[in-house]
Ligand binder design. Structure first.
Ligand SMILES: *[C@@H]1O[C@H](CO)[C@@H](O)[C@H](O)[C@H]1NC(C)=O
Length: 179
């Protein structure tokens, strides 16, 4: 399975912004549950939750994606809390819903000029130029990120030795959080 994961580097040292918004200096994991219908999305979500917990970074919990014959609009992305309890999730690991993250944190800690996408190099073969992550090619990939007005300025393949079973130290070494 192909996962598009972004590990966000952080730029600022303090934990609290002037406007009182707190953020996790360990970093964040953000992804698109772009492969398949509900069952696959749950699978994707559980894997990402376990990955974020292992890395001890906050998981940005995306909305679910509902498919209406391949058409997507604002109603196609019900937030996690539409069907599940967020507080229960928070008792397990630090999370923030993507709507909240994009509105309140992204403008400061993930501004448009920092939006890089990461993927397995195997996924490069699906992109037009064969050397970038096909993060927005096709649906729901394009529709999902467009819904949050996200454009990626660059993409990067994971180092060959890294995979989801790699220890936290290997991920931290490849993608340290910028503090
Ligand atoms: C995980 O991160 C939190 C928040 O920075 C920190 O309080 C905690 O000690 C970390 N846990 C481990 C096992 O490093």
């Amino acid at each position: 399975m192909h996962l598009s994961i972004c590990i966000l580097p952080l730029l600022l040292r303090t934990l609290v912004f002037a406007d009182g918004v707190e953020y996790d200096k360990n970093g964040y994991v953000i992804y698109c549950p772009c492969m398949g219908r509900f069952g696959n999305q749950v699978d994707h979500f559980l894997g990402s939750l376990s990955f974020a917990r292992k890395l001890n970074r906050t998981l940005v919990v995306p909305p679910w994606i509902t498919h209406k014959y391949g058409r997507y609009d604002g109603d196609s992305f019900p937030p996690y809390n539409h069907w599940f309890k967020v507080d229960t999730l928070k008792s397990y690991h630090r999370i923030i819903e993507m709507e909240d993250f994009m509105t309140n944190l992204a403008p400061s800690i993930w501004p448009p000029n920092k939006r890089k996408i990461y993927c397995h190099e195997i996924a490069f073969s699906r992109s037009d130029d064969k050397k970038s992550c096909p993060a927005k090619s096709g649906n729901p990939f394009g529709a999902f990120w467009d819904n949050f007005k996200v454009e990626f300025i660059a993409s990067e393949g994971f180092p060959g030795n890294l995979n989801y079973h790699s220890p936290k130290t290997s991920w931290d070494h490849a993608y340290p959080s910028e503090t």
